[in-house]
Design a protein around this ligand. Structure first.
Ligand SMILES: *Cc1c(COP(=O)(O)O)cnc(C)c1O
Length: 399
């Protein structure tokens, strides 16, 4: 089988070969339980976990003791929302989040509402952005937790979380951010941005699936959260359970690579994204950009203005085509559509709906997520494929 060109890096990323190499010993001879304190197998596993913890912390400029390993960002988001809200229950019952969050946050927020919390979902502007003032206005005396993602997984919108984190700090409200999509390509420093909780996952940064982390601030003000699980005392009791040593080692290696390629990788992705956008713009008409405007860049991919969109993200709709037919006609590309398949029907994604994209255009959207191993030739082939498929469909069914 000839594999399609992979342009869906917001869904998952391939394992970097260097990550696999780092993991292999812990899937084979070094199989110890990191909690086994009485023999060398345990010590070896524990040392590897602690090294990984340092690498993950370094990417966020956090302290190693502030990293809690989880099974992925769905768990991290749930731990942050449930754990943060329940621990602060005595202070109030209102939670503020946003309508374009990932389902892991939206679902947790809705479940908290069923537990008696009050949840406010902020509405974005047409680019998918939220203003710090809007968050400030939504915070009442009863508010205990704000959750706003750093960068969106569909339209790449980068939120002004430094300002939001600062105002939450001033109001004494816990601030959580889902930083999954931002890690490795945009700067995120928990010392410069006073977040209390932040979610990450390995498989979006060229690590393995099934392992993630929650950053839990331990400096002042110290963050307290209630665990979701109860068991042994692993991860300071915040997340008990035998550690996924090989996965954690892979996550650590993925973070180490991301830290060492940061900047260069973002510049390359911006150039490839511009190439894709230009390629489509030249060959197809009726292309509509969904989400924030692309930043001005120079020929090295360096920013010439503010960046409000993830470097590898492009989300566009095609006028006068049927979205399902379009994806079906793009068999040589692995991309995502602007649709969410619910059990009943194909519906436009909640993100595109929230930013006001009409349903027909949302269903004719394609999300491109460019990644580390993509090359220019693939981008050119992708643009040509899309142009051909759109042309073919419009010929079949002229407007
Ligand atoms: C992928 C993703 C998640 C879920 O992460 P898993 O590790 O797959 O559970 C959460 N938030 C965002 C923004 C994501 O892109």
């Amino acid at each position: 089988m000839k594999r399609p060109i992979y342009l869906d890096h917001h869904a998952t990323t391939p394992l970097d070969p260097r990550v696999l190499d780092a993991m292999m010993p812990y899937l084979t001879e070094a199989f110890g339980n990191a909690s086994s304190a009485s023999h060398a197998y345990g010590w070896e596993a524990e040392a590897a976990v602690e090294q990984a913890r340092e690498n993950v912390a370094a990417l966020l400029n956090a302290e190693p003791g502030e990293i809690v390993f989880t099974s992925g960002a769905t768990e991290s988001d749930n731990l942050a929302l449930f754990g943060g809200a329940r621990a602060a229950r005595g202070r109030g019952r209102r939670i503020v989040t946003a309508s374009t969050e990932h389902h892991a946050v939206l679902g947790a927020a809705e479940a908290l509402r069923n537990e008696g919390f009050e949840v406010a979902f902020l509405r974005p502007d047409r680019e998918g952005l939220y203003a710090p003032d809007q968050v400030a206005d939504a915070i009442t005396d009863d508010t205990i937790l704000v959750s706003l993602m750093l960068a969106n997984n569909e339209i790449g919108a980068i939120q002004p979380i430094a300002a939001v984190a600062q105002l939450c700090r001033e109001r004494g409200v816990t601030f959580h951010t889902d930083a999954v999509q931002a890690l490795g390509t945009i700067r995120f420093d928990v010392k410069a941005t006073p977040v209390d909780l932040a979610s990450a996952t390995a498989h979006k940064i060229y690590g393995p699936k099934g392992v993630g982390a929650l950053y839990v601030r331990s400096g002042r003000p110290r963050m307290r959260i209630e665990p979701l699980f109860h068991g042994g005392g692993q991860e300071r009791g915040i997340r008990p359970g035998t550690l996924n040593v090989a996965g954690i080692v892979g996550f650590g290696k993925a973070c180490e690579i991301a830290a060492s390629t940061f900047g260069e990788e973002s510049r390359r992705l911006r150039l490839l994204r511009r190439r894709l956008g230009d390629g489509l713009g030249k060959t197809v008409d009726g292309v509509v950009l969904n989400g924030p405007a692309l930043p001005d860049i120079d020929d090295r991919g360096e920013l010439l203005g503010p960046e409000r969109r993830l470097p590898g993200n492009l989300n566009v709709s095609f006028e006068r085509v049927n979205g399902e037919a379009l994806l079906a006609g793009l068999a040589d590309l692995a991309v995502s559509s602007g649709a969410a398949c619910t059990s009943a029907a194909v519906e436009p994604s909640h993100v595109l709906r929230a930013i006001g994209v009409p349903d027909d255009l949302a269903l004719a959207a394609i999300r491109f997520g460019i990644g580390r191993f993509n090359v220019e030739a693939e981008i050119d082939r992708a643009a040509a494929s899309v142009a051909e498929a759109v042309g073919r469909l419009r010929e079949l069914r002229p407007a």
